[in-house]
Design a binder for this molecule. Structure first.
Ligand code: ACM
Ligand code: ZN
Length: 759
């Protein structure tokens, strides 16, 4: 009896903690200030709304419109009969609102229609999560931390119709995201109708059909090849989208890339490239190879005129206060050689090609500013220190280029660091994800992202306009693929941008997210369930056993496992020590259900498995996977491949004692499309003591494997014979850059290895 009481009080304590984390106010983004009151406000259907006085008439109308567009039906009523009373208070900020829910009714206060719209979004979520008694009494005073809350969609690599863009706007608006940045032009297509330059869409919107995955697609060879893949938006369609988004308080920012990422424009008007270019340029189906260095000529006045003309039409379609001018990844190879560019450098008294880019961006920016707009650029535009004011998006790595630039120049900036905010990256354990690029940007890291730190001055912090989740769509084939990468991570972006600094609460967010995703308006949205999947880490212990660790992003997940896939009766409580061949199955249970996928870890043992690996120069620090008994997948960033970049790979395995060695092989991943090659030569050394090593074999890798593509996993045989050794040292020689004629021609290469098999 006593122990039951103790158990019960432990349980009650745990519930209280959890209740703190999962309040009855389930709103994304988390409101700035909430206090929970007594009782409930019973809801009528439809919800009746009235302005408290004539200053609030347009605010009340906005609330009715907004609720009515969603699954909460609402209508205007007289002040005496309405459940929701709307007041105007000019003292509130433009995006601020107050919402008071009492058993007697609901009061909304705002100063603008935007504030009223946000109040309606919050109210809609309160209605959707209300119990049978109604909405729990509460008082909310809400306003955003960040003025700019953005989503970027790359509609070049994946063209989707306007109806699909509207769907993104709908969800973004619910999340109080206020800017949708459309990446409209790039090497792979020009997506916006421009009347003065019709070839931009007649030619530039279309590319050759190549069946390969994105980076492996070779360029169009000549003008005569058919170009059936693509699409573009008419001016009418874009105006309609701008209007649709404006009614949902979302601003559409158009991006017109320059001076690089412009192959589609150059394919349409080849005379705009530096005249030293003598190669045919088509719209790239892939990454472009060496042709990616063919960019707009900064010495040609016609290029400046071209962009001014294009931007005239762009600014006519898009009323956005911001116009994005691109500016990233501009190779200066042709500018260095181009007579016109060299002349411009001399005439304008510039130091080098970086200053030429700054001059070029300044010229266009000056024009944009003369029309009353503000230009945005990717963070490389700061390299030549442009003179005209501009907003910078910090994207490279952790975004510090933009932060450091602002420290120096005071320029305003937006953070969309690739390391956290690039939604192209994997969002969960990679074995379960569709193929994409780079590493992981999990929702939890996005949610917990904090751009500021203790070195930031108040001036620097006030220059941070906001954050943006950016979706590059190279691996998407449809709007549904794009939705999968954007949602639910956009919910975390929105929460981070809106909630007050220092108030993150991951368990509460996850609970709010569950409620948010239940909304029937989101039915059919292809959002990812990656947060329910399990990430494994299998480490060799050094004694011939391995340790299996399992982790799930969901704080409320109970991880269960078994050694067959029939039952999951064992709860995972800490790393599992495994000393022989086994297959571990694991699943995450939430509320008694298994919403994620089952993880399967087939562990194979050989003489090297579970043994210690030393590899001080391994670039990704994952050398332990060489002896963890688990094979990597075709994804090089699945944490199951040890990588070395542009240098020889060297590692030593301690087999524990001197043993007979008859066969040695090394698991290798090759995919030259993403700059992963096999070594051209591998040396194997043996040693009894780890000091004196003897060459046991010198293997030449077949050329057909070295730059194979797309992905290929192969075990390279290193040794077959009789040897005795305790230590094996492998030295694998990098084959150099990707040969000409391949998708990544000239690029330096990685080498990736997983198991060293010793028998
Ligand atoms: C970028 O990702 N190149 C802006
Ligand atoms: Zn030039």
């Amino acid at each position: 009896m006593r122990s039951r009481t103790v158990l019960l009080s432990v349980f009650v304590c745990m519930l209280a903690l959890w209740a703190g984390a999962t309040s009855s106010v389930k709103v994304i983004p988390q409101p700035a200030e909430i206090s929970v009151g007594e009782g409930y406000c019973a809801l009528g259907k439809p919800l009746t709304v009235a302005a408290a006085d004539k200053n609030a008439v347009s605010l009340a109308a906005e609330i009715v419109r907004t609720l009515d567009r969603q699954s909460v039906k609402a209508k205007k009523a007289s002040a005496s009969r309405a459940l929701v009373s709307v007041k105007a208070d000019p003292e509130l900020g433009a995006e601020q609102y107050r919402l008071r829910v009492t058993p007697g009714g609901i009061t909304v206060t705002a100063s603008t229609e935007t504030g009223a719209f946000y109040a309606a979004q919050t109210l809609a979520q309160l209605v959707a999560t209300a119990g049978p008694e109604g909405i729990a009494a509460c008082e909310i005073n809400d306003y955003p931390r960040m003025a700019y809350r953005g989503l970027m969609l790359d509609v070049v690599r994946c063209y989707v119709p306007v109806s699909e863009l509207k769907r993104f706007v709908d969800v973004a608006a619910r999340l109080k995201i206020n800017n949708l940045h459309l990446h409209l032009t790039d090497d792979n297509g020009w997506r916006l109708e421009i009347k003065k330059y019709p070839k931009l869409t007649e030619v530039g919107a279309w590319r050759v059909d190549r069946p390969e995955r994105f980076p492996g697609r070779l360029n169009q060879r000549s003008k005569d090849e058919p170009t059936p893949i693509g699409g573009f938006y008419t001016r009418k369609e874009m105006r309609e989208l701008v209007d649709y988004a404006a009614r949902r308080h979302v601003n559409i920012i158009p991006e017109i890339e320059m001076p690089a990422h412009s192959a589609a424009a150059i394919a349409s008007y080849p005379e705009l490239a530096c005249p030293v270019n003598d190669r045919f340029v088509g719209v790239f189906p892939g990454i472009g190879g060496k042709d990616a260095s063919i960019i707009m000529c900064a010495g040609n006045d016609k290029v400046i005129d071209f962009y001014k003309d294009v931007l005239d039409e762009v600014m006519d379609i898009f009323p956005s206060p911001y116009i994005h001018l691109g500016g990233d990844e501009a190779s200066k190879t042709l500018w260095e050689k181009c007579q016109l560019c060299r002349k411009r450098i001399a005439d304008e008294n510039l130091k080098d090609c970086e200053e030429l880019q700054a001059w070029f961006m300044d010229s266009i920016n000056h024009y944009v500013r003369s029309k009353g707009r503000t230009a945005i650029g990717w963070d490389e535009v700061t390299y030549g220190d442009p003179k005209e004011d501009m907003v910078i998006i910090g994207w490279q790595g952790d975004g510090s280029t933009a932060v450091n630039d602002s420290r120096r120049s005071g320029r305003k900036f937006i953070m969309s660091p690739a390391k956290t905010m690039y939604l192209i990256r994997y969002q969960g354990p990679q074995w379960f994800e569709p193929w994409t690029y780079f590493g992981n940007n999990r929702m939890k890291e996005i949610y917990n992202y904090e751009p500021t730190d203790s070195t930031w001055t108040p001036e620097l912090e006030s220059s941070l306009l906001g954050i943006q989740g950016s979706l590059w769509s190279e691996f998407c084939q449809s709007a549904s693929d794009m939705q999968y990468l954007v949602f639910p991570r956009l919910m975390a972006v929105a929460d981070m941008a809106w909630r007050p600094k220092g108030t993150s609460d991951w368990p509460a967010f996850v609970s709010n997210l569950d409620a948010f995703l239940k909304n029937p308006d989101l039915d059919g949205l292809n959002y990812a369930r990656s947060m329910f999947n399990i990430q494994h880490t299998v480490r060799p212990s050094g004694d011939g056993t391995v340790e299996v660790s399992l982790e799930c992003e969901r704080p409320d997940a109970v991880i269960t496992y078994s050694m067959d896939d029939s039952t999951f009766h064992r709860t995972y409580a800490g790393p599992l020590k495994i000393g022989g061949p086994a297959c571990v199955y694991a699943s995450a249970f939430v509320d008694g259900r298994r919403p994620g996928r089952t993880l399967k870890l087939p562990l194979r043992f050989n003489e090297a498995t579970g043994r210690k690996v030393t590899a001080p120069a391994c670039n990704n620090g994952l050398q332990y996977v060489l002896t963890n008994g688990l094979r990597g997948s075709s994804r090089n960033s699945d944490f199951e491949w040890a990588g070395w970049w542009n240098a020889p790979a060297e590692f030593t395995v301690d087999l524990g004692s001197v043993i007979d060695v008859r066969e040695v092989s090394l698991g290798t991943l090759v995919n030259s499309d993403i700059c992963i090659a096999a070594p051209h030569r591998i040396l194997l050394y043996t040693s009894p003591d780890g000091k004196a090593f003897t060459l046991a074999s010198d293997v030449k890798v077949p050329e057909a494997l070295t730059f194979a593509h797309p992905e290929k996993i192969e075990d390279i045989e290193l040794f077959s014979g009789n040897a005795r050794a305790r230590y094996l040292k492998v030295v694998a020689l990098n084959p150099g850059g990707i040969p000409d004629g391949m998708a990544r021609e000239g690029a330096p290469t990685w080498m990736y290895f997983d198991e060293l098999t010793v028998r």
